[in-house]
Structures are given as structure tokens and as C-alpha cells.
Write a protein that binds this ligand. Structure first.
Ligand code: HEM
Length: 520
């Protein structure tokens, strides 16, 4: 008679035979326990973290080891660098090998090596950016990256930005009027909305930017896509789960929506200075126009949103720097506009020339630099697409992925003492902490891929800050309305919003909100 033992499982022969239930079953149970323990200890030994020359191979079952890389990236990097004594380490994301670099020499290679591709790194390891294969027109979208970067730089040339400046300020003012004269707000929602509005104005056309419902709809598709990079969708990209479907749907919805505005502008009788018209005017196909808009939106919204929020938070918690910033803005307005003007603030700010915004706000430049340092996300990603090379005697094969923890660099106490402290004076002559090592500050990228939006993002931040500091009084309070004693740290695992650590207190209320009162 066949029993349960008649299977091909290697542990099946250890299973108790129901007909022999009794003393023998105890023996078998013990045998199972011993085998399981042996398997756990054995696999733990085989899969343990091992040093191989100058690099550590992370142990464990690859999918399990890599899981927190997707769910808690900051903790993943800090934890493994702590365990390896700050040395380079390797792990697997499915079939891919990922090497986490550290140190000055590796950093120089990471940011400068010509074999390393930036798009592939983010496309495969991040997932939450539009994968144009999802809408099956990838070939048409394969425009060369360099051409795209050139187009983006051209879009934000000073003369174009000067023309659009009054409209940007008008948009911000309109949105801020929605906050009422005084009240409370969650900066991580409201300030993000300001940034999204500016991005739409900068990247598309008037018909879209001035239709609030359409901007909200676009923002919904954007966030659906941004958040679709779940561990399952990245680790198992072929798995037809809800994240994959959501991503495909959001990509299609974004593409269709932007496409309808490109068509609208293509059929318009008179061209305007708006971005879509500018791109159409260069003879580009609809798909290239749409991919350029998407590149601007995806490169810009999160980074600029995070920085706009945290600038206001840091200044809210640092009265000395806030007072200095207000003084600098007031001097700018006095110098460039009519001092007895009764025009509303946003109109007076619109009269300040771009060159003054760029060159006459030195303290605010320090404040922004410090803010970018503290909020820089966990890691930059690359893929070696060309030929094998070495980093610190470790072979980087063709196809390998590399990551560099920009956040770790910016929080390194050997470079930036007391790194969590908001201290814009770190950069002034005499201290110059950001020059202690090569590329010690990478908040705007470095080497082969510096941020193509640095100038426009800095201007956006300065505009929001000017309207908030000159137009409002605000303070930071907790959910029960009490002034905050100290500013919580940014949650660097939260790649989308970088909200505060422990954002909600035990009673579910936000730990941090703004109480604001409009004064101008
Ligand atoms: C405060 C806001 C911003 C910050 C802190 C920021 C930061 C960065 C950083 C650190 C990189 C380098 C990433 C890497 O090396 O892997 C980068 C690249 C880039 N950024 Fe920004 N960025 C901001 C806003 C923007 C905006 C508004 C745009 C769009 C106009 C933009 C466009 C780009 C592009 C296109 C690249 C890639 C450049 C290349 O591939 O060569 N960024 N940014």
C-alpha cells in the first residue's frame, strides 16, 4: 500500500507514516526539526555575507535580501554599509547584479565613467518612471538622451524664463489665494501642488496650465505612475499583477492626455511661447514632444517638491536664517521695483529681472544648498553598458548595476560635522565643507550627468520662498496646535515625498502643519 512516503520530496521520507503514529512519530518529528535546523543553518552558512577581495557579497535569498532595497532604501544602504564597515557590497536583484560603491575614488568613477548609463539604472531599478514599452511605441521614443537634455536646457534658457516669470508668479498667487487669509495646512500636500502647477506651466501649454481640473487629473496620473514602482513590479516585471496594470494604465493615460494638448496646439492658428509650441516649432514628432514633457515632469516634480517643502520647514525652525532670508528678499524687491507701488506682491516680484534672482540672493543660495544636501535622496543609479572595468580592484562587468549613496555622502560626519543640523554657513569661505573631498556635494548631480533643471528648479524654489516669506507669517505646529520644539528629521526611505520621520503621532494627527496668516 502506498503511503505518504511515496513522493519524490527529499524530506518526504522523514514524514511520519500515519499508520505508525505513536513513538515513531516523535522520532520523525525530531528528525524533521533537526533537518530543518540543519537546512536553516546550512543555507545561512552558504548564503552568508562573504568578503571577496575589496567587496562584500550580501548573503541571504536574493529576493529577500533585495526587498528592503525597494521598500526602505535608506535603511537598506545604511544597514549594509554599517555591517560591512563602510566597504563596497554586492547583491542581486533577480538576474541583475548590483554593486553599492562608497568612497572618493569610487565616486569619481561613478559620476565620470563613460561606460555607465544613467537611464537604464533608473528604468530597471526604480520602475516608477514611464516605461515606454508599456504603450508599445518604444522604438519611436528612443530619442538620444543627449538630444533630450539639450532640448530641456534650451526650454529653460534665461530669455524664455524671463518671459514666463510673471505667469509663474501669477499661478502661485492664485493657488495660494485658495489657502484663505489664515488657517492650517499640510505643506506636503499644498506645497507639492504649487510645484506641480509650476511644472505644468513650464512644461506644457496655457490651455492645460489654466484648467485646474485638468491639472488635478494629470497630477493623479503622475502620482499613480510615480508610485507604481513597487518591489513586485520591479523584481518581477513580467508578473501581471495590479502594479503592472496600474503602471501601464497610468502611462497610457498620461500619454493620451498630453497627446491631446499637443494635437490642440499643433492645430492652433497662432503659435505662442508655451513649451509645447516651442517643441512643435522645432519640427519634432508628437511622440518626441510628449517624451520631452514627461522627462521634465519626472525629473522635476519630486525633487523640487521635496526641496520646496523642506525649505519652508527648515526656515520655520530656524528663525535667524528666516530673518536673514526675509531681509534679502525685501532688499531685492526694494532695489528692483517701485518702493511706493501698491501693486500686489506677486506683481512686484515679477518686475525683478532673472539675473537678479540668480545673482543677488547669496544667503538664499546657501540656504538652498544646505536644504538640498539634507534632503538628497538615498542613491544614484547607473548600469555598465559598455566594457568591463575595475573599481578598487573589483571587476565591474558589462551589465552590472552600480549605485552610489548620495544621501550617505551628504550625511557623512567626516565631511559634514553634525550632518543633520541645518547649517548653511558650512559652505562659506574658511569652512567650505563641501570641498573637503572631490565631489563631496552631489545634490545637483556631478560629472557626466549634472542636473539639467538646476537653474529653473532654483528659481522655482526662490519664487515660492519669496511669496511665503514676504506674503505670510507662518509657524510650525504639531497636530494639537502646539509649537514644535524641534523639527523632525526627513524620512529618507520615503522616496516620493520625503515627509517627516514618524509623520503622524499616536492619535493619527499630523506631527507637523503650518499655521499661516497672509500679510500681503
Ligand atoms: C530641487 C530640485 C532638483 C534637484 C535637487 C535635482 C537633483 C538632480 C540630481 C542629483 C541629478 C543627478 C542624478 C544622478 O546622477 O543620478 C539630476 C539629474 C537631472 N535632473 Fe535634476 N534636480 C532637480 C530638479 C530638476 C528639474 C526641475 C528638472 C527638469 C527641468 C531636472 C532635470 C534633470 C535631468 C534631465 C537630469 C538628468 C541629467 C542627465 O541625464 O544627464 N531636475 N537632478
Amino acid at each position: 500500500m502506498l503511503t505518504l512516503r511515496a513522493t519524490f520530496s527529499p524530506v518526504a521520507h522523514l514524514l511520519p507514516n500515519p499508520t505508525e503514529w505513536g513513538i515513531e512519530s516523535h522520532v520523525s518529528t525530531i528528525a524533521i526539526a533537526i533537518t530543518t535546523l540543519w537546512l536553516i543553518l546550512g543555507s545561512g552558512y552558504v548564503l552568508r555575507t562573504k568578503k571577496d577581495g575589496n567587496v562584500y557579497d550580501l548573503g541571504g535569498i536574493p529576493i529577500v535580501t533585495a526587498w528592503t532595497f525597494f521598500t526602505k532604501r535608506w535603511d537598506f544602504l545604511c544597514g549594509h554599509f554599517a555591517n560591512t564597515g563602510g566597504r563596497m557590497f554586492r547583491f542581486r536583484v533577480m538576474q541583475h547584479r548590483v554593486i553599492a560603491l562608497t568612497g572618493e575614488q569610487s565616486r569619481k568613477i561613478f559620476f565620470n565613467n563613460h561606460s555607465l548609463d544613467i537611464s537604464e539604472g533608473y528604468r530597471i531599478l526604480l520602475g516608477g518612471i514611464p516605461n515606454l514599452e508599456d504603450i508599445d511605441i518604444s522604438k519611436e521614443f528612443e530619442t538620444k538622451r543627449q538630444e533630450e537634455i539639450k532640448r530641456i536646457l534650451m526650454l529653460f534658457r534665461s530669455d524664455r524664463v524671463a518671459e514666463i516669470l510673471p505667469t509663474l508668479l501669477h499661478d502661485l498667487n492664485q493657488r495660494m489665494l485658495g489657502w484663505k487669509k489664515e488657517g492650517k495646512m499640510d505643506p506636503f500636500n499644498e506645497v507639492y501642488d504649487l510645484v506641480f502647477q509650476m511644472t505644468v506651466r513650464l512644461a506644457t501649454c496655457r490651455e492645460l496650465a489654466e484648467d485646474k481640473a485638468a491639472v488635478t487629473q494629470l497630477s493623479g496620473h503622475y502620482w499613480n505612475l510615480e508610485k507604481s514602482g513597487t518591489p513586485v513590479s520591479v523584481l518581477l516585471p513580467w508578473f501581471p499583477g495590479s502594479a503592472k496594470k496600474r503602471k501601464g494604465k497610468a502611462t497610457m493615460a498620461l500619454y493620451r492626455m498630453l497627446g491631446s494638448y499637443v494635437e490642440l496646439r499643433r492645430n492652433a492658428s497662432t503659435p505662442t511661447i508655451d513649451t509645447i509650441d516651442h517643441l512643435i516649432g522645432q519640427g519634432l514628432s508628437d511622440n518626441v514632444v510628449i517624451s520631452t514633457i514627461m522627462a521634465v515632469v519626472f525629473a522635476g516634480v519630486v525633487n523640487t517638491g521635496v526641496n520646496a517643502c523642506w525649505l519652508l520647514l527648515h526656515l520655520g525652525a530656524n528663525p535667524t536664517w528666516k530673518a536673514r532670508a526675509i531681509e534679502e528678499y525685501a532688499a531685492l524687491v526694494d532695489k528692483h521695483t517701485d518702493t511706493i507701488s501698491t501693486e500686489p506682491l506677486h506683481k512686484r516680484l515679477a518686475a525683478v529681472p532673472i539675473s537678479a534672482w540668480e545673482n543677488e540672493l547669496p544667503s538664499i543660495d546657501l540656504i538652498i544648498r544646505e536644504n538640498v544636501r539634507i534632503t538628497t535622496p538615498a542613491a544614484a543609479l547607473r548600469r555598465n553598458l559598455v566594457k568591463e572595468f575595475m573599481v578598487d580592484d573589483v571587476v565591474i562587468k558589462r551589465g552590472d548595476f552600480l549605485l552610489y549613496s548620495m544621501g550617505g555622502l551628504h550625511m557623512d560626519p567626516n565631511i559634514y560635522p553634525d550632518p543633520s543640523k541645518f547649517d548653511p554657513n558650512r559652505y562659506v569661505a574658511g569652512r567650505a565643507e563641501d570641498r573637503k573631498e572631490a565631489l563631496a556635494f552631489v545634490g545637483w548631480g556631478a560629472g557626466r550627468h549634472p542636473c539639467a533643471g538646476m537653474k529653473i528648479a532654483t528659481l522655482e524654489l526662490k519664487l515660492i520662498l519669496a511669496l511665503m516669506l514676504l506674503g505670510y507669517e507662518y509657524e510650525l505646529v504639531d497636530g494639537s496646535g502646539k509649537s514644535l520644539e524641534s523639527l523632525p528629521q526627513p524620512d529618507r526611505n520615503d522616496l516620493h515625498h520625503v515627509r517627516c520621520l514618524h509623520d503622524r503621532s499616536a492619535d493619527g494627527m499630523f506631527r507637523l502643519i503650518f499655521v499661516h496668516r497672509r500679510v500681503h
